[in-house]
Design a protein around this ligand. Sequence first.
Ligand code: FE
Ligand code: CA
Length: 540
Amino acid sequence: MKVVGASASYLYLVPMDGRYWFELFTRRGSRRDFLRVGASAVGLVALGGQTGCATGRRVRVVSNPFTLGVASGDPTPDGIVLWSRLSSTALREIGAHVEPVEVRWELAEDDAFSRIVRAGDAAALPELGHSVHVEIDGLRPGREYFYRFFSGGEASPMGRAKTAPRLDARPDRFDFAFVSCQHYEHGYYTALRHLASESLDVVVHLGDYIYEGAALDGDVRRHEGREPIDLEGYRRRYTTYRSDGDLQRAHAAAPWLVTFDDHEVDNNWAGDVPEDGQPTQEFLLRRAAAFQAYYEFMPLRASSMPSGPGMQIYRRLRFGDLLEMNLLDTRQYRSDQPCDAVVGPTCAEHMADGQTILGAPQRTWLEDGFAASTARWNVLAQQVLMARFRNVDGDGRETWSMDKWDGYPRERTSLLAAMADSGVSNPVVLTGDIHSSWVTRLLRDFDDERSQVVGTEFVGTSLTSGRNGRPMTPWGEAALRNNPHVDFYDARRGYVHCSATPGRWTSRYRVVPYVDRAGAPVETIATYVVDDGRPGAERV
Ligand code: FE
Ligand code: CA
C-alpha cells in the first residue's frame, strides 16, 4: 500500500513497509479500517486539488475546535506547510471524533484577508488526531503571508507565515530565534510571549517540546496524568502543552523549524534503548506512538511523517546564499550512552570504534552538505552540547556527560576535522538540552586549547525547564574553570535571538528573571558576534 499526496499535498504517506505499523495504530478498528483509510486516501488523491472538493464530513460544532492554535513550518522559496488540529473535545460534543472532518484553509497576502491567494479544503483524519498539514507551493519567495482555518462554522486564530528567499537571492539579513526545553510544570512561557513580538523569519525548536514524566504535585502548574507510553497518552500530553496561549502566539508569529530531543519520547533514550530497560519491541512501539503524536502536533511536511518507529527529522533548509540550516537528529540513530553512567569517567566503550551519535547515513549526508554548500553561514541546529565539557569530581577524576557529544568524542573529533577540511563557510552550531546559555569555541583538538577554532557554538537556555533560573551555578563555574574554550555561561531562562548578515552573525541572549508567575519582562544579558571568516564569538 503506497499513498502519496496529490497537488494539495496535505496527504500522508503509507509506505509499503509501514503497513504493519499503520495497522497497529488503527487497531481499535480492524484491518478493514486500514483499508478504509487507504481507500479514502486514494479518493483524496483522485479528487484532491488546491481549491477543491470536500474531503471530510462538513460539521457544525457547538464550541470552537481551534483551541490548539495554528502553526506554519519548513518554508521553501515557493512553499510552506500550514498546520492546525481540531480539538477532540469539540468533535466529541457532536459525535464527529471518529470520522474525517472537513477543514477549510485560506492564505492571504494581507492580514485582513482582502487578497487571498490560495484556499482549499483538507480532511482532518481521526487516524492523525484530526490534525491537518497543508503543504502549499507556487508562492512568491521571501514574502510574508497570513493564514487561517475554518471548520464547523468556526474560525481559527490567524497565523503569519513567510517563504524563504530565492535560492539565488542575496539577502542582506536573516533573523530568527532558537528555543528548547519547555517543561510545562516548571513555569510560564513568558519568554515565548516576548519572542512572538519580535520580527522573525523563523523560529527553531531544538527539542524537549514536552516532558514525558508523570505529573507532580507542588509545581508552578501541572501537566496531566502518568508517563505516556501510547498514542493516547502522548496526545493528551501535547494537548496540555499546546493549549498554552503564549506557545500558540509564538507558533502563529513565524514559521517554526522543529526537531526533537529525548523528552518527546523518554528521558535520555538512545536509538532503540530506553531509559528504564523495557524490551526493545516494547520500546519501539512506544517510540512509534511518540513520533506519531509529535508529527500530529508539529508543522511538519509529509516527508517527516513517521513510518512506525522511524521518522525522518534531519533535513536541510536554505535561505538564499546567506544561510543554510541543517536540522539534526542526535537521538534516533545514536549508540547507547557509554560506560553505564550519565556522568562518569571514561571507559573502553567510550572510545570504541563505531560509537556514534549521528549514525552513518546522517553523518554522510551532513558532510556531503558541507562540501556542496555555497551559503555564507552554515548552521547545525541540534540538541546536545558539542564542545568538550571537562569536569573533575571530588576524587580528582575527569568526568564526562555521556548523553552529550562528550559521550561520543571520536565522532566529534572526526566531524570537526571534516568540517574544517571541507572549507565550509562559517559553521555555527546551535544547541539546547542543558537549560543554560553558553558560548563555546569548537576546537579541532580539545586536548590543545591553542588548536584551530573550527566553528562557533551557541547554546540556548531552557524556556522554563529547571524552574526560575539564576546567573551562575556550581556547574557553570566548573564549566568556565576547566574549559578555556567556554566563553560564556548563564542559567536564567529565555531564548536566543540571532541575526545573520553577510559580514556578521549576532546572537543576543534574551532572558526573563522568573517563570513561576506570568508577566516577567525580558532583557538582553549578553550579545556575541562572529565576523565572517573568523570562527569564535566576541562579546560586544
Ligand atoms: Fe530539557
Ligand atoms: Ca534533553
